[in-house]
Design a binder for this molecule. Structure first.
Ligand code: SF4
Length: 282
């Protein structure tokens, strides 16, 4: 379907350049730290890395699920690496990162869904730099949501983020291993447990959802206590991935931003290239 839709003029992004970009690239490589920027083929990589910002991907780059919208590899991942917390902390020190967005692949193979490693990375970074702030973008912690949040309790982030990704009507095609209600439950659980933490989610537009379905999700998110919202255009990351059903016009993104703010979201980014971690520190 999408192969027949030409890219509209607003889907253009400059290429990476500059000394800071190369410094970011070099330090990531030397500390053997993965990023979702490269694994998910994020179109903002040039812009973010040139500012010394990257979203760190912990727990390996092999996901236990296989969502057709995502380019991250799937299969059987390796056990968590005990040297990872220190490597990430050292990277942040050398890059001067004050606000770290930390994410992981789905780790349904682990008893804690990977929560231990999130906590250990945060502790390690805080030991090196106590003033650092964290945004964690976590999987849905299927079957272990309460236990995972208990583990994270003494590493509470400034922002707790989990992406619903799309409307429930499209889960079967776009996110077959997930359940919309499970994701919603995790967001509401986090807000109830940590009322002072900002709870955030992201959705991709252009997968075939209707405006009414989006609106319905936004209401449900607010009812669940979600404070922050990111809406961006879905872009097919590989030939095998789901097709783009529609390119949403930038003016429509602006309209969604206004509508979401009027519903009570306190922080909204809504533009074609918005991604969960894009301008997250603002
Ligand atoms: S938007 Fe996020 S994932 Fe994309 S390049 Fe920037 S930091 Fe990385």
């Amino acid at each position: 379907m999408a192969d027949h839709i030409p890219f509209p003029p607003w889907i253009r992004k400059g290429l990476a350049t500059g000394a800071q970009y190369h410094k970011t690239e070099l330090l990531l490589a030397s500390h053997k730290v993965d990023t979702i920027c490269t694994e998910a083929k994020c179109p903002n990589q040039g812009e973010c890395w040139a500012k010394g910002t990257a979203t760190v991907l912990i727990l390996g780059h092999t996901c236990t699920r296989n969502c057709p919208f995502c380019s991250v590899a799937h299969g059987t991942p390796l056990p968590p690496d005990p040297s990872e917390p220190e490597r990430v902390a050292e990277l942040c020190r050398e890059l001067g990162i004050q606000y770290l967005v930390l994410t992981s692949v789905d780790r349904d193979d682990l008893d804690d869904g990977g929560a231990d490693q999130f906590r250990d990375v945060i502790h390690s970074c805080r030991t090196m730099n106590p003033s650092m702030r964290f945004e964690i973008l976590v999987p849905d912690f299927k079957g272990v949501q309460e236990a995972a949040l208990d583990i994270l309790n003494d590493a509470r982030p400034f922002v707790f983020s989990h992406n619903v990704e799309t409307v429930p009507e499209l889960y079967r095609t776009a996110r077959p291993g997930g359940e919309f209600q499970r994701s919603l439950h995790l967001l509401s659980l986090a807000k109830r447990k940590w009322p002072d933490t900002q709870v955030k989610t992201s959705m991709m537009l252009g997968l075939g959802e209707t405006e009414e379905q989006i609106r319905q999700v936004l209401h449900q998110l607010r009812e669940a206590g979600c404070d922050r919202l990111c809406l961006g255009q879905y872009l097919k990351p590989s030939k095998e991935s789901l097709d783009v059903a529609q390119f949403v016009h930038p003016d429509t993104f602006i309209r969604w931003k206004r509508e979401a703010e009027s519903m009570g979201f306190s922080w909204v980014i809504s533009e074609p290239f918005a991604r969960s971690s894009y301008h997250a520190e603002t």
